[in-house]
Design a protein around this ligand. Structure first.
Ligand code: 13P
Ligand code: SF4
Length: 319
């Protein structure tokens, strides 16, 4: 705890001295989210983080989350310095969508509009017509469907299938998945509901179809937080990364939030519903990056130019 306190003080001092702002995702450790709150920073879903970073006047953005979030911040504000606690914090969706393979896939279907999820590299975004996050994907694809467009969707197959079912759009899907959300089990949720029959089930759409089907609300991290505050239920079963419990409980101190069961829970799985890459955002690494600047996001100018087009399309999209 003494060491923790030392880092916290150090980080606060360095953020202030550098006129830097801390932007954290809801899945980062609670201590990082607390620091963002205490230093005039920001906590949000991936779309809100992108908007906040682009609009904030600070010259240095400290992005606590995973690498695609840092890259998005850099693409939207190339003149700013973007630091992360560690550049090793990646995402299984990003890893599973190689830019060259994706280009070949797109080339097989040249007549289709290319829509990619934000959880991808800058190189993949550079090949896209649209970038979307989970909070805006349904609206963008509905809009494209109304225009009669056929779609290539990458990389999350579960989110893609959910959008396909909800909008009826003609979509060809890449077969990526999130290793965290893929683990939730519908049976486990239904068993838990037998114990808590009045609980509402909140599900992030990166979860498999069987899990989405037992949900009361399906949505991005921000949309799930909103549901937790607005629904009258006193108990919630939550199928997303456990990092979200920090904000959910803070905003609803009297309500009870239960983790949705994952494979092997109770037996061997201690932290299934926690992203290993989000967990890399430690105080120690955050303190170090503010001093060394070693973990700075760099995106080649040509990729910035290309990826900016679909990203800006997303940010200026009005349903
Ligand atoms: P949100 O867009 O809901 O924040 O989810 C992004 C994500 O999966 C981060 O892991
Ligand atoms: Fe990627 Fe899943 Fe981790 Fe989000 S929770 S960063 S989608 S692996």
């Amino acid at each position: 705890p003494e060491q923790q306190q030392f880092w916290i003080e150090q980080i606060k001092k360095d953020l202030h001295a550098r006129n830097a702002v801390l932007i954290a995702h809801y899945y980062t450790p609670a201590v990082i989210q607390t620091l963002a709150e205490q230093t005039g920073g920001f906590i949000g879903d991936s779309l809100e983080m992108a908007r906040f970073g682009a609009q904030h006047p600070a010259q240095t953005l400290i992005v606590a989350g995973v690498r695609f979030m840092g890259e998005t911040a850099k693409i939207l504000s190339p003149e700013k310095q973007v630091l992360m606690p560690t550049l090793e914090a990646t995402c299984s969706l990003d890893i599973g969508c190689d830019a060259e393979e994706f280009a070949a896939f797109c080339a097989e279907h040249p007549e289709r509009e290319v829509v990619v999820y934000a959880n991808t590299s800058a190189a993949v975004k550079a090949k896209a017509d649209w970038v979307v996050t989970s909070s805006i994907a349904l609206k963008v694809v509905s809009h494209l469907r109304e225009q009669g467009k056929k779609i290539i969707w990458a990389p999350d197959q579960h989110l893609g299938q959910y959008i396909q079912r909800s909008t009826g759009a003609d979509m060809i899907l890449w077969n990526g998945a999130c290793i965290v959300h893929e683990e939730f089990k519908a049976k486990g949720i239904l068993d838990l509901k037998k114990i808590h029959p009045t609980a509402a089930v909140l599900v992030h759409p990166e979860s498999p179809q069987s899990v989405v089907e037992v949900a009361d609300v399906v949505g991005s991290t921000s949309q799930l937080l909103k549901a937790a505050s607005t629904l009258p239920n006193e108990v919630f079963i939550v199928a997303t990364d456990r990092g979200i419990f920090y904000k959910m409980q803070q905003q609803n101190p009297t309500k009870r939030f239960l983790e949705a069961p994952t494979a092997g829970q109770g037996a061997t799985c201690r932290s299934c519903a926690h992203c290993p890459w989000m967990a890399m955002n430690s105080l120690e690494r955050l303190a170090a990056t503010l001093t060394s600047e070693a973990e700075e996001i760099q995106v080649p100018p040509q990729l910035i130019e290309q990826a900016l087009i679909p990203l800006k399309r997303m940010l200026s999209f009005q349903a």
